[in-house]
Design a protein around this ligand. Structure first.
Ligand code: DAH
Length: 335
């Protein structure tokens, strides 16, 4: 076949093949074949030198025309294919924003924390403020200012966890109750005081079904011009009925605490039995003197309760260890 015939054949069949190319890779191979170095177009150009001068011009022109024609077809098809390939890629990458999400599993507060929050909220509703204090305390705030005599047995290392805190004038200990915050708060605030203090407390107790070396208390203190034991009973009975139910019966039994006089335990009738819920009493004048209040001008009552115990009573948990062992199945019941 003459170069001329070969070129004409190419011109006739190439456009259909270009149009039929289905990918950019396939089109590039076709481009090499049709207009590349080994194509009839290239060999036609190379042969021009040996062609008769009077035919050379026509042949040269028709080679150029074919090269331009096919090149234009290839470029147009390449653009088409690029657009289609981009559309396919976009489709594959598409995110369905209407698809339902996977919900993260919701955490919850521990039931002791829930109880502390609830008790604090009940007192806040009665106008009390909330404060928290240090877990590492001095002997002064934990015992002395609260009117504990120097030879009181709970000061002993057998009951209280002392910290080796170097060369400080006061013994440092892990607070055994939240009562030291009564002192800290009154030292820094003038009466009237209506205060609740939730917090963690520590005692040298082995773990059993009702004891733990770490537990939680909520302290309360009300100091005003003429607070009576009647105010104490009314406030704490109201609290018991809010917390355990409106029919809950309460009774007050005489007790002893160094920082209150008189002192009492409040018992509640719940689930068919009487149980102790908290300690309370009228603030001892010696405590007012320790913080610089005039015992002739103010009176007050105080109370302290175990939050862990409240959680157990509320939920019918019979062993304190269930609350603090890391068995998530137990805690999941109390969302
Ligand atoms: N601090 C006492 C305890 O840990 C509880 C307590 C009793 C607190 C009577 C008080 C109170 O404020 O008035 O056993």
């Amino acid at each position: 076949m003459s170069t001329h015939d070969e070129l004409e054949a190419l011109r006739a069949e190439a456009p259909a093949r270009i149009a039929a190319a289905t990918s950019i890779d396939e089109l590039s191979e076709l481009e090499t074949e049709v207009v590349g170095k080994r194509s009839p177009v290239a060999s036609g150009r190379r042969s021009l030198g040996s062609v008769d001068p009077d035919q050379r011009r026509d042949l040269g022109r028709s080679i150029n025309d074919i090269a331009i024609e096919l090149g234009a077809l290839i470029d147009a098809r390449r653009e088409e294919l690029a657009g289609a390939e981009a559309a396919v890629a976009l489709e594959a990458d598409a995110v369905d924003v209407t698809l339902a999400g996977r919900r993260p599993r919701r955490g919850t507060h521990h039931i002791v924390q829930q109880v502390m929050d609830e008790v604090v909220d009940l007192f806040v509703a009665m106008g009390y403020t909330v404060a928290t204090g240090p877990e590492a305390e001095t002997e002064f705030y934990n015992f002395t200012a609260l009117n504990f005599p120097y030879d009181h047995p709970t000061r002993l290392e057998s009951d209280t966890l002392y910290l080796d805190y170097g060369d400080v004038p006061e013994e440092i200990l892990l607070r055994t109750h939240t009562s030291p915050m009564q002192i800290r708060f009154m030292e820094t605030h003038d009466p009237p005081v209506y205060l609740v203090v939730p917090g963690r407390v520590f005692r040298r107790d082995p773990v059993d079904s009702t004891h733990s070396p770490v537990f939680h208390q909520i302290e309360g203190l009300a100091v005003d011009a003429d607070i009576t034991f009647g105010d104490l009973k009314g406030t704490l009975a109201h609290f018991a009925r809010e917390f355990l139910g409106p029919q809950t019966n309460v009774k007050f039994i005489p007790h002893y605490f160094p920082f209150t006089e008189p002192s009492a335990e409040m018992h509640v009738h719940y689930n068919g039995e009487w149980m102790e819920l908290l300690g309370c009493g009228m603030v001892d004048p010696a405590v007012f003197e320790a913080v610089g209040y005039d015992p002739g001008a103010v009176t007050g009552f105080a109370f302290g309760m175990g939050a862990d115990r409240l959680a157990m009573v509320r939920h019918g948990v019979t062993d304190l260890r269930h609350l603090f062992e890391p068995d998530i199945r137990i805690l999941r019941q109390f969302r």
